[in-house]
Design a protein around this ligand. Structure first.
Ligand code: IMP
Length: 185
């Protein structure tokens, strides 16, 4: 299975490759991604997938992905703005949650895949957890040094890339994608 991932985020490419070991995944050849103007993850993921589709060979599947972290004590922020709400998003998250009782949060990921015939598949994955009070660990990216999944005592950055390839919001969404593309397999 060959697919082109429409992203400028190298970490996401690495994670897709780890989560879908039987797949051959390359980056869409584009440096000019349209701005993320959607009001939902699915709109943004579709925007990336459609952009990727427009610059890619027709025989490949193209994958657009949008994700974020939602803190319950902050009414779901930063959510869609996770990549953009501060130069150091982790520092801002820790700052905004100081003194907030509810530190529970979730990661959300939506994938829109567009096939060679223009068929569209939409899948989602989430990972529930809580925001730690300080950073630890050095794997993963983004908010991983402060995100502790439910049932775990360590952050995602400590649990590591191999753990993410099985349990993360992105891994869960890719599993759903595989099940839809290969319904019998
Ligand atoms: P976007 O999908 O390009 O808008 O970026 C999503 C942003 O959400 C990332 O830049 C991170 O800040 C955050 N995020 C999404 N998934 C993860 C993850 O697996 N680990 C840590 N941060 C994440």
């Amino acid at each position: 299975m060959r697919a082109l991932l429409s992203t400028g985020n190298q970490h996401k490419l690495d994670e897709f490759r780890r989560a879908l070991p039987g797949w051959e995944i390359e980056l869409v050849k584009s440096t000019a991604y349209p701005p993320e103007t959607g009001t939902t993850y699915v709109e943004n993921a579709r925007g990336k997938a459609e952009h990727g589709r427009s610059v890619s060979p027709e025989d490949a599947w193209v994958i657009g992905e949008d994700s974020g972290i939602e803190a319950r004590g902050l009414d779901g922020r930063p959510g869609l703005a996770s990549a953009r709400w501060a130069d150091d998003g982790v520092a801002r998250l820790l700052e905004e949650l100081a003194g907030v009782g509810d530190r529970s949060a979730r990661y959300a990921c939506t994938i829109v895949a567009i096939g060679p015939e223009g068929q569209e598949i939409v899948v989602e994955g989430t990972l529930e957890g809580a925001v730690a009070t300080e950073r630890s660990g050095d794997e993963g990216f983004g908010y991983d040094p402060v995100f502790v999944p439910d049932g775990e005592t360590r952050t995602v950055a400590e649990l590591g890339d191999a753990w993410k390839a099985i349990h993360s919001h992105r891994a869960r969404a890719t599993k759903a994608l595989t099940a839809l593309i290969f319904p019998t397999g």
